[in-house]
Design a protein around this ligand. Structure first.
Ligand code: NAP
Length: 337
């Protein structure tokens, strides 16, 4: 008999989520049926995009009260009656905030030992090679359409999406400007190769700060935050600039009162384009993108930063910390810790 510990949604958050919005439960798992495998979940992710699904429908339906919080996870197959999932194999999938997962094989993939070796840790499967890294890749290539010499501005640049987008833009020969909420994060941006790092909390007038960093204007704004930062970027875009709407974290807790965009005229005068993405739309290309990013990681052109929080009990707190600026890099929870 296996006991599963899992975090479920206790109530819908109002504003910034709180640990009380979640409830920790223990349940005994049923015996495995033919075709099933039991996975011990080792690491789970906490993701800003999950915020909207705690309150209502997003591009995926709202989470129900009492449902296990969904997330990516990496784990090990403990027992298997599924030919595809071998006992002892390291796997990743949408395991949720829980200690164990019974899978019928759908949506679970074994980690390729050819990729996950040396400096590439299994947790990279749910970080730089997972949804955040892929969002950077497809947002930049498919919407940003970078060209050598372009000036690329990236918000929440010390997060996995932002840091990956910045490093890929650099590989392609762009000039990169990263925004982050502390001097330590700005120092990290410089280490990863950003040309300019701006602490948006201390920079004062952001429109002026962007003008100073990019006097001839911005070709691509890779937006992870929305609100006033987006407005300041719009005012600094070059003609035919592209705005990639990856995330809007400054709006996620705003409910019915989003802060919104005020400056729309530059869309006409500068012939701007602004387009959002849902990374899952590019699913058929994920493996090719991962292979390219693995090559960049192996050759030292792309680095990633993980922040591991110990203990499944800490998952709600780890999630809340995404909205306070406490998180730094890919925030994961080590379940058994
Ligand atoms: N479109 C898609 O398919 C897709 C897929 C995955 C992720 N996303 C989005 O991509 C964005 C980045 O994701 P990530 O996983 O790499 O997370 P992340 O950037 O690490 O997000 C957490 C960070 O966001 C910043 N932040 C929090 N509240 C903020 C606010 N009010 N204003 C400005 N910055 C704030 C904080 O950093 P600072 O200290 O720098 O403020 C915080 O540490 C998120 O918005 C996410 O929803 C989109």
């Amino acid at each position: 008999m296996t006991t599963n510990r899992r975090w479920v949604l206790a109530k819908r958050p109002q504003g910034v989520p709180h640990a009380d919005d979640f409830k920790l439960e223990q349940v005994t798992l049923p015996e495995l049926q033919d075709g099933q495998a039991l996975i011990r979940v080792d690491h789970i992710s906490v993701d800003p995009g999950m915020r909207s699904r705690l309150s209502g429908d997003s591009y995926a339906p709202a989470m129900a009260i009492g449902e296990t919080i969904e997330s990516a996870g990496v784990g090990k197959v403990l027992a298997s009656r599924n030919a595809k999932l071998k006992e002892g194999a390291l796997v990743w999938g949408g395991f949720g905030w829980q200690s164990h997962f019974i899978s019928d094989g759908r949506g679970v993939q074994a980690l390729d030992p050819e990729i996950y070796k040396d400096k590439i840790k299994p947790t990279a499967a749910i970080g730089v090679f997972g949804i955040p890294g892929l969002t950077a890749f497809f947002g930049l290539f498919e919407i940003g359409k970078p060209k050598e010499g372009n000036v690329v501005l990236i918000s929440s640049a010390a997060g996995t999406v932002g840091a990956t987008a910045g490093q890929i833009a650099k590989i392609l020969g762009c000039t990169t400007i990263g925004l982050a909420g502390s001097d330590a994060k700005c120092a990290y941006l410089k280490e990863t190769g950003f040309d300019v790092a701006i602490n948006y909390k201390t920079a004062g007038d952001l429109t002026a700060a962007f003008k100073q960093a990019a006097p001839k204007g911005i070709d691509i704004y890779f937006d992870n935050v929305g609100a006033e930062t987006l407005d300041a970027a719009i005012l600094n875009m070059k003609k035919h600039g592209r705005i990639v709407v990856s995330g809007q974290i400054a709006e996620y807790n705003a409910g019915e009162n989003p802060r919104g965009i005020r400056h729309t005229l530059p869309f006409i005068t500068q012939r701007l384009k602004m387009e959002g993405l849902v990374v899952y739309d590019y699913g058929v290309q994920f493996n090719d993108a991962r292979a390219q990013m693995a090559e960049w990681v192996r050759t030292g052109k792309l680095t990633y930063r993980e922040e591991i929080i110990e203990g499944l009990e800490q998952a709600p707190k780890a999630f809340v910390g995404l909205f306070t600026g406490e998180s730094f890099g890919r925030r994961l929870v080590h379940v058994a810790g």
